[in-house]
Design a protein around this ligand. Sequence first.
Ligand SMILES: Nc1ncnc2c1ncn2[C@@H]1O[C@H](COP(=O)(O)OP(=O)(O)O)[C@@H](O)[C@H]1O
Ligand SMILES: [Mg+2]
Length: 254
Amino acid sequence: MSTSKLASTMKNASLPSVEKDSVIALRDVWKIYDTGEIRVEAMKNVSLKIAQGEFVAIMGASGSGKSTMLNILGCLDHPTRGIYLLDDVDVSTFSASDRADIRNQKIGFIFQTFNLLSRTSVWENVEAPMLYSDIAKVERTERIQEALRIVGLSEKAKALPNQLSGGQQQRVAAARALVNRPAILLADEPTGNLDSSTSDEIMSFLQKLNHEKGITLIMVTHENDVAAYASRRIQMRDGKIINDEIITPNVVSN
Ligand SMILES: Nc1ncnc2c1ncn2[C@@H]1O[C@H](COP(=O)(O)OP(=O)(O)O)[C@@H](O)[C@H]1O
Ligand SMILES: [Mg+2]
């Protein structure tokens, strides 16, 4: 880690100051999948800045590169070319294990399918991400209690996931994503498996998290109703950003 950190510190010294306010900055990023037989340009020269506390919806047709971009932003994958600055650190050349470290420190994920451990209690599901870091048990307990309180599931700590509704399961996933106190929260179709009223419930919950806790939220969705909760909408097509606009979010009072 130290060599790459040093390298990125040196690079960052010459950055314009505006980029230093961005929690995320992509510069001329390409992602090319090349299996030998087929070559797909999934991201083509994408540049993007996202400031701390923004709530961004990424939209676009299937195959337009949304998940590819989210995977790169989440340090699950790295760009083929170009630079990714996460909190001013150039992570584009990080090894897989350095990416895993930075993911654990700075990024929370919410998936369409919740991805909870099914035979494991809500409490233990939320605890899981902390088992990879050296957080003392007392501190872990406090963080789990806090995360469950934020998502409104303190009473369900002992339940198993299949004893909960879909909306409650997604809130457990949100608690799990929050427990390492990430700088950014990434969600790929977070309401894709939920009916429309539960979807509204989760979206107002995520919006509240963004407003009240200032968490930077980046969400992929193909539904306009869901994107309407965000305050910025980015449209992708064929691996490029074709539109990027500030929108007035649909605010639900509850
Ligand atoms: N691991 C991979 N190997 C090869 N091609 C891929 C891979 N992942 C995605 N692609 C291709 O990259 C393009 C963008 O995919 P993706 O980012 O999943 O789009 P979206 O999430 O918008 O549906 C598509 O053409 C897809 O087939
Ligand atoms: Mg996708």
